[in-house]
Design a protein. Structure first.
Lengths: 112, 111
């Protein structure tokens, strides 16, 4: 069966510090991968998606970036965090474009 | 631009009651619509996915319907239980890969 992991579960970072969140998927190959952010009181916002290694599409201009160094690994990064980057970050995968999306447990990021 | 709305934002019901959660979307040209459950501080769990060619999907006590022409989907929960308490989110896929999410309905089932 497929599983999706995210770490860390919780992170508290000062403004201006770098960020690296990791997501890995097990039990499938060549998944579509997604990064979402859920801010308090707001819906989920798609940040990045990837259909293959090295293929990243950005949905929202911001100081975040994403990379996919391996087939089942998706990394969300920032060089300098802003207060507005605080939120709940969720990684998801799907087998194809219009298939069910399966979400990881999320990372709660607090930027102080 | 697709917009997804969920009403009500919060709902409290006594245990055993049948209930309906509503989801509306502005652009009827969707590929599918998905319902999720989110427990506090947790990720999303997929409940049901309805393809654009389908009218409804069922899983246990859950039934989701889709009416593209009116831009609406409903999630019906039969015989609600305290364990059903969570936030329910709907998401419409109308772009290439992009799901547009509603802000959710926070459900509390009282024992």
């Amino acid at each position: 069966s497929q599983t999706i992991h995210q770490w860390p579960a919780t992170l508290v970072q000062p403004v201006g510090s770098p960020l690296s969140l990791e997501c890995t998927v097990e039990g499938t190959s060549n998944p579509n991968l997604y990064w979402y952010r859920q801010a308090a009181g707001r819906g989920l916002q798609l940040l990045f998606y990837s259909v293959g290694i090295g293929q990243i599409s950005s949905e929202v201009p911001q100081n975040l970036s994403a990379s996919r160094p391996q087939d089942r690994q998706f990394i969300l990064s920032s060089k300098k965090l802003l207060l507005s980057d605080s939120g709940f970050y969720l990684c998801a995968w799907s087998a194809g474009q219009r298939e069910t999306q399966y979400f990881g447990p999320g990372t709660r990021l607090l930027v102080l | 631009k697709q917009e997804v709305t969920q009403i009500p934002a919060a709902l409290s019901v006594p245990e055993g009651e049948n209930l309906v959660l509503n989801c509306s979307f502005t652009d009827s040209a969707i590929y599918n619509l998905q319902w999720f459950r989110q427990d506090p501080g947790k990720g999303l769990t997929s409940l049901l996915l309805i393809q654009s060619s389908q009218r409804e999907q069922t899983s246990g006590r859950l039934n989701a319907s889709l009416d593209k022409s009116s831009g609406r989907s409903t999630l019906y929960i039969a015989a609600s239980q305290p364990g059903d308490s969570a936030t329910y989110l709907c998401a419409a896929l109308s772009g290439t890969y992009k799901y547009i999410f509603g802000t959710g309905t926070r459900l509390k089932v009282l024992a």
